[in-house]
Design a protein around this ligand. Structure first.
Ligand SMILES: O=C(O)CCC(=O)C(=O)O
Ligand SMILES: [Fe+2]
Length: 231
C-alpha cells in the first residue's frame, strides 16, 4: 500500500480554523497527517459502488441503534448519541460502565468492513457505531485505549451523512496543537501507532442545527479488560 506523507508549510498542519482553508483532502488515497506522536491518515472518498448518502440512509434504518446509559464517577447519564456494537462472537467491549455484547454482522456492515480491510490491509473483528442525530449530539474527548484493543491499535473510521469536525488534542502539549479535521461523507480516517497514547479525540456539540451523521469505527479486540474507563 502506498502512503503519501503531507506536511504543510509553516509547521502548522490543520490547526483550528486554518483547516477550512486547506484543500488538501481531495485525495483518493490515504494521506498521513503531520501530527507528532501520532499516525493518523485520511482519505476523503472511498468508492463503495453507491453513494455515501444511500449508505447513510441504510445505516440509520438497518442498524439496531440504542440510547445507552453510561456511568462516569458514579453518575448515570444518557449518552449524547445513539450507539451499536457489532462483531465476531465473543468480542465484548466495555467502557464507561457499559458492557456490550456484539450483534452479528449484517450484510451492510460486512460490505463496508471488506472495503475498509482492502484499503487498510488489515482485518477487524468488531465495530462501534455512533449516530449523531443532530448538532447537540457529540462524543467527549477520549482515547480509544481500552485494554481489550491492545497496545497501539489500528482503528478505521468511516463517516456518512453530515460532515462533522473530528478534533484531535494532544494529551500533553500546547492547546495550539489542537487539530480539526472535517470528516466528509464517505471518508475513511485511520488511527494507528501511538495515536491513542499521545492524543485525545472527540466530536463537539455545535450551536447551529445540522443533519445526522453515522460513524463506524472498525476495531480489533485482542485481549481481556482489566479496568474501568470513562468516555
Ligand atoms: O464519530 C467519530 O468520528 C468518532 C467516534 C469515536 O471516537 C469513537 O467511537 O470512539
Ligand atoms: Fe474514539
Amino acid at each position: 500500500m502506498f502512503y503519501r506523507y503531507v506536511g504543510l508549510q509553516g509547521g502548522g498542519l490543520l490547526r483550528d480554523k486554518e483547516l477550512k482553508m486547506q484543500s488538501l483532502f481531495t485525495s483518493q488515497e490515504l494521506v498521513k497527517l503531520n501530527l507528532p506522536g501520532a499516525d493518523v491518515r485520511y482519505q476523503e472518498h472511498l468508492e463503495f459502488g453507491r453513494s455515501a448518502g444511500e449508505i447513510f440512509d441504510d445505516l440509520v434504518r438497518q442498524i439496531s441503534w440504542k440510547h445507552e446509559d453510561i456511568t462516569i464517577h458514579g453518575k448515570t447519564f444518557k449518552q449524547p448519541r445513539l450507539t451499536a456494537w457489532y462483531g465476531d462472537p465473543g468480542m465484548s467491549y466495555t467502557y464507561s460502565g457499559l458492557s456490550l455484547a456484539p450483534l452479528a454482522w449484517p450484510a451492510l456492515l460486512l460490505e463496508l468492513k471488506r472495503k475498509v480491510e482492502e484499503v487498510t490491509q488489515q482485518t477487524y473483528n468488531s465495530a462501534l457505531l455512533n449516530q449523531y442525530r443532530g448538532h447537540r449530539d457529540s462524543v467527549g474527548f477520549h482515547a480509544d485505549d481500552e485494554p481489550e484493543l491492545g497496545r497501539n491499535p489500528t482503528i478505521a473510521s468511516l463517516s456518512f451523512g453530515e460532515t462533522r469536525e473530528f478534533v484531535l488534542k494532544p494529551k500533553r502539549g500546547r492547546p495550539g496543537q489542537t487539530t480539526r479535521l472535517p470528516l466528509a461523507s464517505g471518508s475513511l480516517l485511520v488511527m494507528a501507532g501511538e495515536t491513542q497514547q499521545n492524543w485525545l479525540h472527540g466530536v463537539e456539540k455545535l450551536n447551529a442545527p445540522c443533519g445526522g451523521r453515522v460513524n463506524i469505527t472498525f476495531r480489533n479486540i485482542v485481549g481481556q479488560r482489566r479496568g474501568r474507563f470513562a468516555r
